[in-house]
Design a protein around this ligand. Structure first.
Ligand SMILES: *[C@@H]1O[C@H](CO)[C@@H](O)[C@H](O)[C@H]1NC(C)=O
Ligand SMILES: *[C@@H]1O[C@H](CO)[C@@H](O)[C@H](O)[C@H]1NC(C)=O
Ligand SMILES: *[C@@H]1O[C@H](CO)[C@@H](O)[C@H](O)[C@H]1NC(C)=O
Ligand SMILES: *[C@@H]1O[C@H](CO)[C@@H](O)[C@H](O)[C@H]1NC(C)=O
Length: 400
């Protein structure tokens, strides 16, 4: 080996060790306290045991306990309180050889008639929570009621437990209980905090909407995990309307490779934990895919109808003018026919005649068939019909 190679290997080794150390501390190397019985509050003189679980150094089973941040002279993983005293209330933590200190457990030792006991003051949504209305010296109480934020929510037999299997944020609040013994008793209040495991997902598109036909678009189901659970794997489902596109895939993305107009619709996604205990649905995302033909803008429509209107107006004016002109010509023709009997001249104005006939068609609706015949008769007479249709007709009209 050259010195350089050796140096490189050393660096790699150090990096691996460091990475391993950091990794191990980050991933679940936190000590955990469990209570036996599971209640975070007990009456004075009752018994409670705290158990600490965490990774140990080989050959050293030492566990450190802390109350309100001060070390307690105990090195076993079990910390027993046989007859609890009020002064032993406080915040307990433990630590083992290879662990970071545990989350605190707030233990409360009370003197009272009735005690609302809970299994945990802080739970992550989806986890169970157990409540118990417990009477001093286990005396019998009747008509036990549990309350959340002052509102009764469960009627149950005396001293019985109540378990919420899957907590959610609606279970946040202050709980207490009441019951009848020799008197009517009411417990003190206990605050329960339910932490959101992950936020309500939001479905986002990689392109701005509306889409165009042929676009490649990625839909992402975005959610934020609780920092303590950052490594948790969630599963994602994608839907359009009531149709399932993807059912519980580890990928939080869904791709539409080439968007078509039929892909338009109401999309939404769902994020769920592996055990299915926490499931959240996103609001709908309206996805519209437009065809490649751009929609006609408003100004185009206005212009179109305006031009149609103008053409119609001009046509009407022309028709009226032709009609008037024809009336005059007809009168004049008849007069001329009567005057001159020798109308056998071959017309050189055939083109014009035919043109006139076409123009006349636009008046057929209004013209009486007889009038039309008369008009044709006029033509047949072979008289030239020099019709200055669009010019000033006054000059050519013979004066009667
Ligand atoms: C540590 O605990 C284990 C089992 O809990 C036991 O077998 C072992 O003897 C203990 N070691 C020491 C050094 O106390
Ligand atoms: C620990 O702190 C709590 C409140 O912060 C206090 O009520 C309790 O008496 C303390 N316990 C001890 C043993 O000092
Ligand atoms: C919370 O859980 C209760 C059942 O324990 C259920 O009725 C309620 O709809 C849930 N709330 C939410 C926001 O999921
Ligand atoms: C599920 O996710 C994997 C990646 O996590 C991906 O390769 C696969 O195509 C997905 N399946 C479906 C049906 O989308």
């Amino acid at each position: 080996f050259t010195a350089h190679q050796l140096g490189g290997d050393m660096w790699l080794l150090t990096a691996l060790l460091l990475w391993g150390k950091l990794g191990s501390e980050r991933v679940a190397r936190r000590a955990v306290i469990t209570l036996q019985p599971p209640w975070v509050s007990v009456f004075q003189d009752e018994q409670v045991t705290l158990l600490c679980e965490g990774p140990q150094r080989p050959g050293d089973n030492s566990t450190w306990w802390f109350l309100n941040g001060t070390a307690i002279q105990t090195l076993t993983s079990k910390y027993s309180i046989t007859a609890a005293r009020v002064s032993e209330s406080g915040e307990y933590r433990c630590q083992t050889g290879l662990s970071v200190p545990s989350d605190p457990v707030q233990l409360e030792i009370r003197r009272d008639w009735l005690l609302l006991q809970i299994s945990s003051r802080v739970v992550t949504e989806g986890e169970p929570l157990t409540l118990r209305c417990h009477a001093w010296k286990n005396k019998l109480v009747y008509n036990v009621l549990f309350y959340q934020n002052g509102k009764a929510f469960q009627f149950s037999p005396p001293n019985s437990e109540l378990t919420i299997q899957k907590t959610n944020t609606s279970h946040n609040g202050v709980y207490h209980c009441s019951g009848m013994g020799r008197h009517h008793y009411t417990s003190g209040g206990v605050t329960v905090t339910v932490k959101e495991l992950f936020s309500v997902p939001v479905l986002r598109a990689s392109l701005s909407l509306p889409l165009l036909e042929g676009n490649l678009v990625t839909l992402s189901c975005e959610t934020t995990l609780l920092p303590e659970r950052a490594g948790l794997q969630l599963y994602y489902s994608f839907y359009v309307g009531s149709k399932t596109l993807v059912d519980r895939n580890a990928s939080s993305e869904y791709q539409i490779l080439t968007a078509r107009r039929e892909d338009s619709g109401s999309y939404w996604c769902e994020a769920v934990t592996e055990d299915g205990n926490v499931l959240k649905r996103s609001p709908a995302l309206e996805l519209q895919v437009l065809g490649l033909q751009l929609p006609t803008p408003v100004w185009f429509n206005i212009l179109f109808y305006l031009s149609v209107g103008i053409i119609f107006l001009v046509n009407t004016v022309l028709c009226v003018m032709i009609h008037k002109e024809l009336q005059r010509k007809k009168k004049w023709n008849l007069e001329v026919s009567l005057a001159s009997d020798s109308g056998k001249k071959v017309t050189s104005h055939l083109q014009k005649d035919r043109y006139l006939e076409e123009e006349v068609n636009c008046l057929e609706q209004q013209e009486q068939p007889q009038e039309k015949w008369q008009l044709r008769g006029g033509h047949r007479s072979g008289l030239p019909l020099s019709l200055p249709l669009y010019g000033s007709t006054e000059a050519q009209t013979p004066k009667s």
